[in-house]
Design a protein around this ligand. Structure first.
Ligand SMILES: *Cc1c(COP(=O)(O)O)cnc(C)c1O
Length: 344
């Protein structure tokens, strides 16, 4: 509870609920709003595990995810809405494409349709961006990444801004009596806290996806150094990205903090730094890329991201190997991109 209060304050929300993983946070953030037969919109620039959850597992549960490109026009995004579309989802700084979401634009679109915007703020953390200030209604995190920062625990969190009006007619589960909880109406009983308390009272009770006390303890230790770690990750990564940009052995480098990067203007608007994650394409294809990874002295070749160690990862053969070629291409053709995660 102390950790939840701390994260709610960091994000500028009115309440938070910790979960056993980031995956659980994504799942519960949506299940708290959607039921069988509903749909929601998500940008396609999201974490591979979330793509699977949205495109396959939720589909089997009768909930449809409509994918849109994060850079699609307002008209294209509005055209993707169906009568039963109940939420919009995106990542501030996408894992692994490093696209920066125009949060204000997506919030405006979602609100024009009377539905909330949910933002996965894992890579940015509230130190670099506070999505609620740009209109996001719900913010979620995988705390397994920067927030913990030491790869010691797996966890997630859902933060409620308290700003969304659940009584607008689109969300009867918030206003009607809940048979499973003494017939209470969440909006009548809890007002602005309706979303986060409903998540705890219904979903945490039913699914049991809560963190262990020890995980919460470890997460709290990580949070105590988050602000200084983020500053250092950003400084180090910018130097490394600039080095890559000037190297003849590199085909391309993606880092939204680099001037000239296609996401640089959005990063300037939304981020106080572009985090410690850099994506590079090495000349000479896979062979040279493997040689590059094997030659590194300080970096570890591990699947984890965003902790105090410098690590490299080949998403297409590791974290994102479940995606089809088309989906990998949708991730901005970064199939052979190698990620470098800079340490603080
Ligand atoms: C890792 C990650 C997740 C999933 O989190 P887990 O804690 O591994 O379940 C969700 N979103 C993003 C952006 C991530 O990087």
């Amino acid at each position: 509870m102390a950790v939840e209060a701390k994260i709610a304050e960091l994000e500028g929300g009115i309440g938070a609920m910790c979960t056993s993983s980031g995956q659980a946070a994504s799942l519960l953030s949506l299940l708290n709003i959607l039921k069988y037969g509903d749909s929601f919109i998500s940008t396609s620039q999201i974490y591979g595990g979330t793509v699977n959850l949205f495109a396959f597992t939720l589909k089997k549960m009768g909930i449809e995810c409509i994918f849109v490109d994060a850079h699609a026009s307002d008209e294209e995004i509005l055209a993707a809405f169906k009568p039963d579309t109940k939420a919009v989802f995106g990542e501030t700084l996408a894992n692994p494409s490093l696209d920066v979401l125009d949060i204000e634009r997506f919030a405006k679109i979602a609100h024009s349709k009377g539905v909330p915007l949910i933002i996965d703020n894992t890579f940015a953390t509230p130190i670099l961006c506070r999505p609620i200030e740009y209109g996001a209604d719900i913010v979620i995190h995988s705390t397994s990444k920067y927030m913990d920062g030491h790869a010691l625990q797996v966890g997630g969190v859902i933060v409620d801004s308290g700003n969304f009006d659940w009584t607008n007619g689109n969300f009867p589960d918030f206003t009607q009596p809940d048979e499973s909880y003494h017939g209470i109406s969440y909006t009548e009983t809890y007002g602005k806290m309706a979303y986060i308390l409903k998540a705890r009272m219904q979903l945490m009770r039913d699914f049991g996806t809560y963190p262990s006390a020890h995980s919460a303890f470890l997460l709290n230790l990580g949070l105590e150094t988050l602000a200084i770690r983020m500053k250092q990750y950003c400084e180090n990564a910018l130097k490394v990205a600039q080095y890559f940009k000037n190297s003849e052995k590199i085909e391309s480098v993606t880092y939204p903090g680099l001037e000239g990067d296609s996401n640089y203007p959005l990063a300037q608007k939304y981020l106080k730094g572009a985090s410690g994650v850099i994506s590079v394409n090495i000349k000479g294809g896979k062979k040279n890329a493997i040689k590059f990874m094997d030659s590194l002295k300080l970096a570890s070749n591990v699947v984890h991201v965003a902790d105090i160690r410098t690590c490299v990862l080949h998403p297409a053969s590791a974290t994102h190997r479940q995606l089809t070629d088309e989906q990998l291409v949708a991730h901005k053709d970064k199939r052979f991109a190698y990620k470098v995660f800079c340490r603080a």
